[in-house]
Write a protein that binds this ligand. Sequence first.
Ligand SMILES: NC(=O)c1ccc[n+]([C@@H]2O[C@H](COP(=O)([O-])OP(=O)(O)OC[C@H]3O[C@@H](n4cnc5c(N)ncnc54)[C@H](OP(=O)(O)O)[C@@H]3O)[C@@H](O)[C@H]2O)c1
Length: 298
Amino acid sequence: MQKWTTTNIPDQSGKVAIITGANSGLGYETTLALAAKNAKVIMACRNPQKAQAAFDKIKAKVPNAKLVLMQLDLGSLASVRKFAEEVHAKYTSIDLLINNAGIMVPPYGKTEDGFETQFGVNHLGHFALTAQLLDLLFAAKNSRIVNVSSQAHTMGKINFDDLQSEKSYHKWAAYGQSKIANLYFTYELQRKLTAAGKSTLAVAAHPGYAATNLQGGSGLFTFLNGIMAQSAAMGALPSLYAATNPEVRGADYIGPHALGGWRGYPVKVKSNALSYDESIAVRLWDVSEKLTGIQSPI
Ligand SMILES: NC(=O)c1ccc[n+]([C@@H]2O[C@H](COP(=O)([O-])OP(=O)(O)OC[C@H]3O[C@@H](n4cnc5c(N)ncnc54)[C@H](OP(=O)(O)O)[C@@H]3O)[C@@H](O)[C@H]2O)c1
């Protein structure tokens, strides 16, 4: 097998990328790699201090990196709207949108708009963001949207009777729901892009298991990180492959090749059978539009 690494990333000169959660873990490594290949990267981060620290770190490694800091809290539809407005004010087209930010298994909580935090941040925030940036993505030829999912999608199903886990909250079930939602969103978006005759691709990726701040640095995760995690740089390769490899097609899913998908170099993989169910994807799309109040242009 040929190993796909950052050296395979084609030159990205002239391209503008937006990466959510760009200050940490996979988002940081994705930003670093794309900036090193001359892309302009808009680092969409919720915490300006952490964003500045990541910006400085990347600049020290890649002095000519073209980085732009912009504030985005995916747990607030108002913040998503403000971010999208700012992007529209500054740019006429966007080549890459990498929906990477995420949270995993927090105690029960709600976003500003009353959504269960994981479903709200990991799925609905990115749904609203993407829908509000689609016109700019259509303005760039062969633009791409990459949604970062997880092996944990196999634990997930969309619980339409209790989407916000108000009747009962199981943190892993809610994480799984948010991560299979990333896949339904990707596959339905690609069907809509194809039907509308757009050159924009919607692609999903997952990192396997990579040691990042996602695991919170305690207990079982510290143990697992020690024995089976790969680096954040390795974990970012599937996102980078999905974003830049010319062999990628719409609705592809990219993940590590080895150990049942937990580690290794990126290849095309398949998500589980449930994630390809079109009727669930359509229903989730409709519910997502209603909940966010954002009508997608396609
Ligand atoms: N690491 C893994 O093994 C693994 C496995 C499967 C899937 N994933 C997925 O990979 C993605 C990246 O995770 P990671 O491992 O790189 O974790 P990470 O190091 O914790 O990074 C997550 C990023 O998301 C940001 N974020 C969280 N809530 C946000 C919000 N409300 N608005 C905007 N940004 C927000 C974080 O910002 P702060 O720094 O301010 O918190 C951080 O920049 C996630 O979608 C995760 O589900 C990771």
